[in-house]
Design a protein around this ligand. Sequence first.
Ligand SMILES: Nc1ncnc2c1ncn2[C@@H]1O[C@H](COP(=O)(O)OP(=O)(O)OP(=O)(O)O)[C@@H](O)[C@H]1O
Length: 241
Amino acid sequence: MDDTIITIKDLNVAYQDKPALWHINLDIRKNGRTAIVGPNGAGKSTMIKTMMKLIRPVSGRIEIDGRTDKGVLKNIAYVPQKGEVNWDFPATVLDVVLMGRYVHKGWIKRPQKKDREIALEALKTMKMEAFCDRQISELSGGQRQRAFLARAIAQDADIYVMDEPLQGIDITTENLIMDVIRKLQTEGKTFIVVHHQLNTVKEYFDHVVIMNKTIIADGPTDAVFTGENIEKAYREKGVSV
Ligand SMILES: Nc1ncnc2c1ncn2[C@@H]1O[C@H](COP(=O)(O)OP(=O)(O)OP(=O)(O)O)[C@@H](O)[C@H]1O
């Protein structure tokens, strides 16, 4: 299908002997804003880490833009969960954003003037230019998330894969991130976002994947984000919806 950018076929993932994902079949919409929702432990992070080739599946196939090789990852900006990043690492905000440029240059070459300009422009988009020389250890949760989105923007990828970017941040940052995502979507970018707040799914995302170890439902938010499907995914956790 032309409007599909990622296709997952019969994907199975396990940690040691414990299955984490089974029989995942999924098409992700090109130029969409897709939320991935499901209860804690549903395998949302596992699925996107497998897309990023950070986890090796037991079986299955992931095609990104029709490709399965590692080179395609250059075209994906990955924003990991905040908790997975070592924020004590001595680096300034600008250093972090410049990392977005390394996929284009390799780690050996030093950033050029143009890379710095692109990084500063990305910081401006995230209203973080005043913090460019600040150590990342000194940032608030919302500022850290802005810096990470700036890094993703500096990478200039077509696909953004984000693991709970709105977790634990202030409402101003949340609104800014959603405004930037919507704007980038109008420029042709695709978003795949692990999202925890069920009350904002309809407002923020045009497509949704509801999962719990396997896919419960996926498609346009209006059609798929129903009480029945959410109930199915969250039932075993006893969440009332
Ligand atoms: N490195 C690991 N080693 C062993 N088990 C793991 C590992 N990472 C995750 N798991 C297990 O795999 C399952 C899926 O975890 P995952 O983090 O993908 O879920 P999630 O839907 O992203 O959860 P959350 O909403 O809590 O972030 C859970 O049972 C988890 O305990």
